[in-house]
Design a protein around this ligand. Structure first.
Ligand SMILES: [Zn+2]
Length: 59
């Protein structure tokens, strides 16, 4: 069943480094753990900033 072996190439969404979708890149779609953590951190930081913003209520 060699036909089922496909090579999927993509780029790290964080830094653009070309990677392949296989066990050589355990942090896919990111190229490394560093890029993966950076992306999650940015997402969490943005979410926190939005949630932390207090609306101005004039009661
Ligand atoms: Zn990367």
């Amino acid at each position: 069943m060699a036909a089922s072996k496909r090579l999927i190439r993509l780029k790290c969404p964080q830094c653009g480094t070309p990677i392949e979708w296989n066990d050589n890149f355990p942090f896919r779609p990111f190229c490394s753990e560093r890029c993966k953590n950076h992306d999650l951190g940015a997402w969490a930081e943005e979410r926190y900033a939005i949630g932390d913003r207090e609306p101005e209520l004039d009661e």
